[in-house]
Design a protein around this ligand. Structure first.
Ligand SMILES: [Zn+2]
Length: 555
C-alpha cells in the first residue's frame, strides 16, 4: 500500500532531569509507544538507543554516535516521541536539518508530532529543535518562581478576600477598615447556628459588603470566599494547599472552627456537588475486574506546616474469588495517562476537513446514483401497472379464463411489491450512514482539544465514548481498547488493504462507472453489502494518508 520504501530507522528515546522534561513520558513508556508505532507503521528499526541527558546543550554521546552512524549510512531515519527528544539546541537541531538537506536522513517519524513535507513543516521542525521552546518554558517558570517566593514570604498571591484590600505600596494584604467588622460579625452570626447562609448573604448585602455588580452574593460564594476561607484566621489557600500567612487575622481560629461545624451541618447538599473524584466509575481493575473507586487523603507536612489533600484511585476489592493486591494511583497521574490514551484517538484537523469534504461529495454522488437507480425501479412499477390493466382488459374481453387471470395477477402484484420494498430499503440504507459519520468525524477531530484541555469531565465523557466500559487500571497503568469506529484510527496498515476495491481519493469528481461509492464493499452487481462505519473510516484515512503520510516527515 505504501508506495514509498521504508527507511531503516534508529529508535531514539530520551528523558533527563530537566524541568522541561518533567511532563515527558518515562523512557520505558517512550520505548513501548515507539515499538508499537513502528510495528503499526511497518518501520524497520536498526537499533534502539536510550539517552538520559539534557538536550539543552550539545554534546550527548549517544546522540552524536547516532549522527555519525547515519552519516556513514547505517540507517537513514529516526523514530522518536517528539522533535524535542532529538534536540533542544540549535547545534544538534542544525545537524539533523543538515543531514535532511544532504539526503542522509530520508525520514523522521514522530507519533505525536505531525509534520508536512513542506517548507513550513521544515520551519516548524527547526523551531522545535531551537531554543524558542526553552525560552517560553523558562519564562513561565520564572513567573511561577516569583509566585512561589511570595507564598514562602507568607503573602497570598492574587486578589484579597472581602474585608481585606491589596496594598499596592507594601505589596501585601491589609484589613479594609470599613468592611472588616461586618465580615467578623457574619462569622459570629453564623456560628450561633440560627442563621442560614442566605441570611448571611442578606446581612452582608445590607451593609454594603457586596460583589461589584451590586447583587446579593450566591450561597456558595459566601461559603467558599468567606465562611470556609482560612485566610480569616491567618492562613491561606494557594495551588490546592494551605499556607501560613503574614497578614492580620480577622477572626480567632476557635470562632472559625465553630463556623466550620455549622457549615458542615447546613451545606451537605452543596458540598456533595463539588466535582471531586471525577474518574470514579470509569475504570475496571485489570487484576480482578472490580470497579475502581477514589478516596481522598489529607497529608500534613510538618516542615512547611501545610496540609495537602490528594485524591487516590484504587480497586474496590469486592471480588470474592481474587484477593486483589493492586496499588493506589494519584488523580494527577491517572489524568496524565488518560490524556495520553485520548490523544491516540485524536483525528488530525486537516484530515477531518478532508473527510468532511469527502462526505459532502458522497452525499452529492449518492443523490445522483440513487436517482438513476430509483428511476429504473419506478419505471418497472409503472410497466407492471400497465400490464395489470391489460390483463384485466383481456379477462373482461373473455380472452383468458378466470384461473389464468388470477394466477397472472398474483404474480404481477408480487413483483410490484418486491420493487416497492427495494425502493424504500434503498432510500434508507443510502442516506442513513452519512449523518452519523459526519457527526463522528467532528467528534474525533475535537478529541485533541479535549485531551489538551483541563476539563476532566469532558475527558471522562470522551473516554466513555471511545472505550465504552473497556478501560482498565493495572499496575498503575491505564489501558483501553477502543470501540468501533474509533479503533479504525489506530488500525494497522495491513487492514487498510481494502481500498483498491472502493473508490478513494479525496477529490473524486462525480460518479464513475465501475467505481464503487465509498460505502460499498463487495458485490458490484447486486449492490447488496454496505460497509460498516469503521471500514468507511479506514477508507477515508487511507485517502488522507495517500496525500499526507501519517505522522511522517518525508522528503
Ligand atoms: Zn482489583
Amino acid at each position: 500500500m505504501n508506495t514509498v520504501p521504508s527507511h531503516p530507522c534508529f529508535l531514539y528515546a530520551r528523558k533527563s532531569t530537566d524541568v522541561e522534561d518533567m511532563q515527558v513520558l518515562s523512557i520505558e513508556s517512550q520505548l513501548a509507544e515507539l515499538r508499537e508505532y513502528a510495528a503499526r507503521e511497518n518501520i524497520s528499526i536498526v537499533e534502539e538507543l536510550v539517552e538520559k541527558q539534557s538536550a539543552k546543550i550539545p554534546g550527548r554521546p549517544i546522540f552524536n554516535d547516532m549522527m555519525d552512524r547515519i552519516e556513514s549510512g547505517e540507517a537513514s531515519g529516526i523514530v522518536s516521541w517528539h522533535p524535542d527528544r532529538l534536540a533542544r539546541n540549535s547545534v544538534d537541531g542544525g545537524k539533523i536539518i543538515y543531514l535532511v538537506d544532504t539526503g542522509k536522513i530520508g525520514s523522521l517519524k514522530f507519533p505525536q508530532f505531525w509534520f508536512e513535507p513542506t517548507p513550513q513543516g521544515k520551519f516548524m521542525l527547526a523551531m522545535s529543535f531551537g531554543q524558542s521552546k526553552y525560552f517560553v518554558d523558562s519564562l513561565s517558570e520564572n513567573t511561577k518562581r516569583g509566585l512561589r517566593q511570595k507564598v514562602r514570604l507568607g503573602i497570598m498571591p492574587g486578589v484579597a478576600p472581602p474585608g481585606y484590600i491589596n496594598d499596592p505600596r507594601s505589596k501585601t494584604i491589609v484589613l479594609a477598615k470599613l468592611k472588616a467588622p461586618f465580615i467578623k460579625q457574619a462569622f459570629e452570626l453564623f456560628a450561633t447556628g440560627t442563621h442560614r447562609i442566605m441570611d448571611i448573604a442578606d446581612f452582608l448585602a445590607k451593609h454594603g459588603v457586596i460583589s461589584r455588580n451590586g447583587k446579593v452574593w450566591k450561597q456558595h460564594r459566601i461559603s467558599y470566599l468567606i465562611l470556609t476561607n482560612p485566610f480569616y484566621y491567618g492562613h491561606f489557600r494557594y495551588a490546592g494547599e494551605i499556607h501560613e500567612g503574614k497578614h492580620e487575622p480577622l477572626v480567632a481560629k476557635q470562632l472559625f472552627d465553630q463556623v466550620q461545624e455549622q457549615w458542615k451541618k447546613r451545606s451537605h447538599a452543596w458540598h456533595e456537588e463539588l466535582p471531586v473524584k471525577i474518574y470514579t466509575g470509569l475504570f475496571h481493575c485489570g487484576a480482578c475486574g472490580m470497579m475502581i473507586t477514589a478516596e481522598q487523603k489529607t497529608k500534613f507536612y510538618k516542615g512547611t506546616n501545610r496540609t495537602v489533600t490528594y485524591t487516590y484511585y484504587r480497586c474496590t476489592r469486592k471480588s470474592k474469588e481474587i484477593s486483589c493486591r493492586e496499588s493506589f494511583i494519584r488523580e494527577e497521574e491517572l489524568d496524565r495517562q488518560l490524556t495520553n490514551l485520548l490523544q491516540k484517538y485524536a483525528l488530525r484537523q486537516d484530515w477531518a476537513t478532508a473527510m468532511l469534504k469527502k462526505l459532502e461529495l458522497e452525499k452529492q454522488d449518492i443523490a445522483q446514483s440513487t436517482g438513476a437507480y430509483l428511476v429504473t425501479k419506478r419505471e418497472a412499477i409503472k410497466f407492471i401497472t400497465i400490464k395489470l390493466q391489460r390483463l384485466l382488459d383481456s379477462y373482461l374481453e373473455e380472452d383468458i379464463d378466470r384461473d389464468d387471470y388470477r394466477d397472472r395477477k398474483a404474480k404481477l402484484l408480487s413483483e410490484k411489491k418486491t420493487l416497492e420494498e427495494q425502493i424504500s430499503r434503498f432510500q434508507t440504507t443510502h442516506q442513513s450512514w452519512l449523518g452519523p459519520m459526519e457527526q463522528w468525524v467532528k467528534e474525533a477531530a475535537g478529541i485533541a482539544e479535549i485531551a489538551r484541555g483541563g476539563d476532566k469531565n469532558a475527558k471522562k465523557v470522551a473516554a466513555q465514548n471511545i472505550f465504552g466500559s473497556d478501560l482498565t487500571l493495572e499496575n498503575r497503568l491505564a489501558r483501553g481498547s477502543a470501540r468501533k469506529p474509533w479503533a479504525a484510527l489506530r488500525a494497522a496498515p495491513t487492514s487498510r488493504k481494502m481500498e483498491p476495491r472502493a473508490r478513494i481519493g479525496l477529490a473524486t469528481p462525480t460518479y464513475q462507472v465501475g467505481v464503487l461509492p465509498l460505502n460499498y464493499l463487495g458485490n458490484v452487481v447486486s449492490n447488496k453489502r454496505i460497509c460498516s462505519r469503521s471500514q468507511a473510516v479506514t477508507f477515508m484515512l487511507f485517502a488522507c494518508i495517500v496525500q499526507t503520510p501519517y505522522s511522517d516527515f518525508r522528503l
